[in-house]
Design a protein around this ligand. Sequence first.
Ligand SMILES: O=c1ccn([C@@H]2O[C@H](COP(=O)(O)OP(=O)(O)O[C@H]3O[C@H](CO)[C@@H](O)[C@H](O)[C@H]3O)[C@@H](O)[C@H]2O)c(=O)[nH]1
Length: 417
Amino acid sequence: MRILVTGGAGYIGSHVAALLHERGDTVRVVDDLSKGHVEAVKGPGLIRADLRRPQELEAAFSGGPWDAVIHLAASSLVGESMEAPARYYENNVVGGFHLVEAMRRHGVTRLVFSSTAAVYGEPERVPIVEEEPPRPTNPYGATKLAFEEMLHWYGEAYGLRSVSLRYFNVAGADPDRGLGEDHHPETHLIPILLEVALGQRERFQVFGDDYPTADGTCIRDYIHVLDLAEAHLLALDHLARGGASRTYNLGNGAGFSVREVCEAARRVIGRPIPTVVGPRRPGDPPVLVASSERIRAELGWVPRRPSVEEMIESAWHWRLAHPDGFPAKGRGEPGKAPQGAAEPPRAPSPSGADHLADPPLPPRLTRSQERKADGRYLVYYGFPGESAWEEGARAGGRPVDSATPGASPSGEDESCV
Ligand SMILES: O=c1ccn([C@@H]2O[C@H](COP(=O)(O)OP(=O)(O)O[C@H]3O[C@H](CO)[C@@H](O)[C@H](O)[C@H]3O)[C@@H](O)[C@H]2O)c(=O)[nH]1
């Protein structure tokens, strides 16, 4: 198959892309590299594109036809989403909309979507089944749910078939393939524990110990990133067989409290991990544990690495080999492969000659800014050679109020899951 993987330079996407590439699929990673790493793309082609910019998506879809898209590019932090919901709506909903529109233009009718347990909010029954009414308690979950709903209606009207995978808490690494978790800044529980164990942080802060759980800390369901990546391949194959649109939970069905994960990390690593209890993090539900019976029964998914210790151990091994994460590489030009990345794959032409060139990109929007009397910034976007205000009126650009200097329309912060 020929597959586009958005967010394929990120933590989960890089594992998915590597598995697809290894089994012989033609894979092109589409990533804006704001959070992803060129080094994490092992084998597949890579093209830099921001989903919010349709002209960059056109370059990403060039060289088709493509059989399917796996969509993981998103902003994905619960805490951050509470403070910056606009960024989440723009990256996850607007970016997602441009993606499905590009799929429509290019006749691509299958999509596997990286959704989240955060759509459930505070569920009434645990383990959570897919029939549980979604009631997100944070903008991250709300934007993922909005895109799931968009997929439903695109399916009804345009024949798009999709599988939404609602991930619970993803952990672990694949040190053998040189893949692991590297976020800046890091906010996730297990990588932070590893940083404390390495002496890169002084201590770990527990976000609240007054939840209605046995030890007062939040309970989550952890899933190994490779088990999760394998589920993407099963979902893709389901759609390739003509399967209908579905939604699946992905977790192990076992809950671990924050304190239990700390204890497991101390056992696996054998080093002290000092902790301190702090306040709750807004938006965190007390308990999220999955029932993944549906995907087991329908697609035959079996998590082969269910132990939290194994997840921590694999993450630890990757981290020991990469104490500072992936090396920072240049991001290159939008619509192109960054330096050092594999060339994006092209479809073989009927004559055998590879004559498919990327389409020329329209001129890029540029930004200009004014500092206002109150210290805030007013930022305008325009095409080169036109004043910002003229552009705003004539070319569809938009003024953005109170942006911080150096920020993109959404804060240049699309992360890659
Ligand atoms: O410094 C920290 C970091 C985390 N936690 C707690 O650890 C648990 C797990 O937190 P984290 O690793 O940040 O993951 P979540 O916020 O639960 O969210 C993850 O899990 C979701 C599904 O549950 C995914 O959709 C999200 O993308 C992913 O960020 C939560 O109870 C946090 O409050 C702490 O106590 N201290």
